[in-house]
Design a protein. Structure first.
Length: 613
């Protein structure tokens, strides 16, 4: 009973902690906006209305960041006006806070029961939505009202999606556990064969990466288009900025609002580059071909950058943005399908590469459609009831651009990656050398065959030019060793300057002499064999032959200045000491045992010398 109650108490504590994490995440986001709004209220020249309206505006902006459409009851016409354009930069703050709260809840902690993913999502979202409900009630009496029905739809949707993403990331980004039992057996088997297969997971991951990269490139290109157009229309934008705000506090608030709407402008620019453009009210649309209809634009600096009139060559050049997105799909797909310097057997097939590129285009299209739906909205009633890109046309255009360009370019890049390569300078790879060597044998084998047919082996004593060349190489090795000296070793005063260098050079000459004396003439693999492979190993038998050992020993003796003995070193004969008469039996036994060991050692040394001879 006690252990069961302890487990229940631990689980209750974990659920409470997760709930408080959601409350803390919502409070941090709401508090950040409240601090910013109160700072604007403090520096405003009209702060006599009190801090209450400012806090209600902060609550309204926090709800707007979650996609809740607000209503302005106080307008010049007297009719309430909706405000549905969501600043995407503000949306990033609550999304990140909920994501972090759900991910941190599922981190393993010693001494605390581990929650399930569903439990973490529900508790974090519950705490977050509790603060959201309080914000809806608080904003009801301010200048920006959040209708409860719209808040009940938008606020939980964004919260649950962000918390689910955090729980997914905490679980390693993979679906774990069996498939739901309510799925039909045929559907579950098909999912296991297709989606659950390792190869399918790799291709899906590659498609998601390629599609996300293409979507980011679209956003970057759209932001570049907005920046260029804003610089081109700098005078109208500056006039709109100074007309809307006369004091510094108002200009600072207007600047912050413009910065919050920069991601929206980037999405509008991406939709403009894709072709469908964006709506400037219910009666006008801006496209690369020109502005169709009569736009009803309010005075705002970012809207001053909207192109006017008929499209010209600079307007048509915006097609480079979606073209670059299609090339990004192809590039990131081929990076996974055929990595650099891969062989044809390791690369994906043509069908797999094409299907992955097409799936990446679908991912890019879905992301573009979602961003287009979030970047637009209503700015009022009448002609201002529609602003921004249309989500379905933007997604369709992104799909056409990325699939039409991405699939064929990916196939061409695959062919280019898998082309036959040759190394510069005439060197061939191991795969290129395999076929001719297997067909006709190596050049070294042919040379050995010729020597066998001649039947006239070369004598060891008459080397001619080869002997002279070996002596020259020995002298060169000694000279190089004498000149070479390690940079961190100081020269000892009074000692010869090249003692260590001479030893190193003599050792190098011994190795060269061992290779020349011990290896048979014409052996495959020596350094001067023209027919040998570049990476063949030197024969190891020549190193242990008697001639090579004598040459090395002579080199070491010469370098030591005569301190070393001749080769082979003769072990001195050891005679067992005679025990003294006054010693006891125990000591005598020990001495006899030592003497026997010495005799055995000398006997083994003699046997070793006989074996060497």
């Amino acid at each position: 009973m006690s252990s069961a109650s302890a487990v229940e108490r631990g689980r209750a504590a974990a659920l409470t902690t997760s709930f408080l994490r959601g409350v803390l995440a919502a409070s941090l986001g709401l508090g950040a906006l409240a601090v910013l709004v109160m700072a604007m209220w403090i520096i405003s020249p009209y702060p006599d209305s009190g801090a209450g309206p400012g806090l209600r505006v902060a609550a309204g902006l926090w709800l707007l960041a979650h996609g809740v459409e607000l209503v302005r009851p106080d307008t010049l016409s007297g009719a309430p006006a909706p405000l549905g354009v969501v600043p995407l930069l503000l949306t990033a703050l609550p999304v990140w806070l909920v994501y972090r709260a759900a991910r941190d809840t599922l981190e393993p902690d010693e001494g605390r029961p581990q929650l399930t993913a569903i439990g973490a999502v529900c508790t974090v979202s519950g705490g977050y939505l509790l603060v959201g409900a309080a914000a809806v009630l608080w904003a009801a009496g301010g200048p920006l009202i959040a209708p409860p029905a719209r808040a009940a739809l938008a606020l939980p949707a964004l919260t649950l999606l962000s918390a689910t993403a955090g729980a997914w990331r905490a679980g390693g980004g993979r679906a774990r556990g069996p498939l739901p039992l309510w799925l039909p057996g045929a559907v579950r088997a098909a999912l296991v064969r297709t989606v659950g297969a390792p190869e399918a997971r790799r291709r899906s991951a590659a498609a998601v990466r390629a599609g996300a990269a293409a979507a980011l490139l679209l956003l970057g290109g759209g932001a570049l288009l907005v920046g260029v157009s804003l610089c081109w229309h700098a005078d109208p934008a500056h006039a709109s900025f100074t007309r809307l705000a006369g004091d510094w506090s108002g200009r600072f608030a207007l600047l912050l609002l413009g910065l919050a709407l920069v991601p929206n402008a980037a999405v509008w620019g991406a939709a403009y580059g894709l072709g469908p453009g964006f709506a400037l009210g219910t009666a006008a649309t801006a496209t690369p071909l020109g502005v169709l209809g009569s736009p009803a634009l309010p005075s705002f600096p970012l809207l001053a950058a909207v192109p006017t009139g008929t499209g010209t060559a600079p307007n048509w050049a915006v097609g480079a943005v979606p073209a670059a997105a299609g090339l990004a799909v192809a590039w990131f797909t081929v990076r996974a399908a055929a990595p650099p310097y891969s062989v044809r057997e390791e690369a994906w097939g043509v069908r797999a590469t094409a299907s992955t590129a097409a799936l990446a285009g679908v991912v890019c299209a879905v992301l573009a459609a979602v961003l287009a739906a979030m970047a637009g909205g209503r700015l009022g009633t009448g002609e201002l009831a529609a602003f921004g890109p249309v989500w379905w046309s933007t997604g369709a255009a992104a799909l056409v651009w990325t699939v039409t360009l991405g699939v064929p370019v990916a196939l061409l890049l695959r062919v280019w990656r898998l082309r036959e390569r040759r190394r510069p300078g005439g060197f061939r790879t191991a795969a290129e050398r395999t076929a001719p060597e297997a067909a006709g044998g190596s050049a070294a084998e042919k040379q050995e065959g010729k020597r066998g047919k001649e039947g006239k082996p070369r004598k060891e004593g008459k080397r001619g030019k080869e002997g002279k060349r070996g002596k020259e190489e020995e002298r060169g090795a000694v000279e190089v060793g004498a000149r070479r000296r390690t940079f961190w070793r100081r020269r000892v005063r009074g000692a010869p300057a090249a003692t260590a260098a001479t030893a190193a050079g003599a050792a190098g000459a011994a190795v060269a002499a061992a290779g020349a004396a011990g290896s048979p003439a014409g052996a495959v693999g020596v350094l001067d064999d023209p027919d040998g492979a570049p990476y063949d190993f030197l024969p190891a038998d020549a190193w242990h032959e008697r001639g090579a050992r004598e040459a090395r020993w002579a080199s070491f003796k010469e370098a030591s200045g005569g301190l070393m003995a001749d080769f082979p070193a003769m072990a001195p004969e050891t005679t067992p000491p005679e025990p003294s008469s006054g010693e006891e039996d125990d000591s005598g036994g020990i001495e006899n045992e030592n003497a026997n060991g010495s005799a055995n050692g000398s006997g083994s040394g003699a046997r070793e010398r006989e074996r060497e001879e």
